[in-house]
Write a protein that binds this ligand. Structure first.
Ligand SMILES: CC(C)(COP(=O)(O)OP(=O)(O)OC[C@H]1O[C@@H](n2cnc3c(N)ncnc32)[C@H](O)[C@@H]1OP(=O)(O)O)[C@@H](O)C(=O)NCCC(=O)NCCSC(=O)c1ccc(O)cc1
Length: 145
């Protein structure tokens, strides 16, 4: 963990994806929503690799239902096609009071295909109530850093 600007404030995990024919458009280029899908999968995988229980288990003890997305920004640099093996490098760039920014760098070998930032919040959803953001729990930060 580091407080230096640009350095991740957490561990970095890697989520591997083998691109399939069905992930691509008729020109054989990966259709962009699939990158969001893989970043979302890598977001949860990050917490699981850091030792946090999957949301369905965490909900039983803490009420946390997951980390809904509040904002997303992705910059696309290079295309991918079917047969490619790509890797999503995920870390937390910033921890705020009730939100955090997760950074996903999608690579093929050493080449960066795209880079995404997602603002998310740990949320509870009490029965009969509405979805609510909670302060990022210390035990989660501790396991991720
Ligand atoms: C997340 C919310 C419940 C938060 O509402 P509240 O509990 O009333 O909190 P507040 O409005 O006080 O905001 C809390 C913090 O969020 C911040 N916030 C709120 N909205 C935003 C946006 N859009 N961008 C950035 N930051 C935001 C706000 O500034 C506060 O930050 P701090 O300064 O760090 O405290 C509400 O904004 C909401 O319901 N948003 C819609 C969420 C949504 O529907 N997302 C898309 C679908 S869900 C999804 O994709 C998903 C993915 C993974 C999962 O595990 C679960 C679900």
């Amino acid at each position: 963990m580091s407080n230096d600007p640009g350095k991740p404030m957490s561990k970095t995990t890697i989520y591997d994806v083998k691109v399939m024919f069905g992930d691509c458009d008729p020109a054989g280029i990966v259709f962009f929503p699939n990158f969001s899908k893989w970043m979302d999968a890598s977001s949860l995988d990050f917490f699981v690799q850091c030792g946090i229980l999957p949301w369905r288990e965490l909900r039983k003890t803490t009420g946390i239902i997951g980390t809904p997305l509040l904002e997303i920004h992705t910059k696309f640099m290079r295309p991918a096609t079917y047969g490619d093996l790509i890797h999503v490098h995920t870390s937390v760039e910033t921890w705020n009071a009730k939100t955090f920014v997760q950074k996903h760098i999608v690579k093929k070998g050493d080449e960066i295909l795209c880079e995404g930032r997602e603002t998310r919040a740990f949320c509870i959803h009490p029965e009969g109530g509405r979805l609510q953001a909670i302060p990022v729990p210390d035990f989660i930060k501790d396991k991720c850093c």
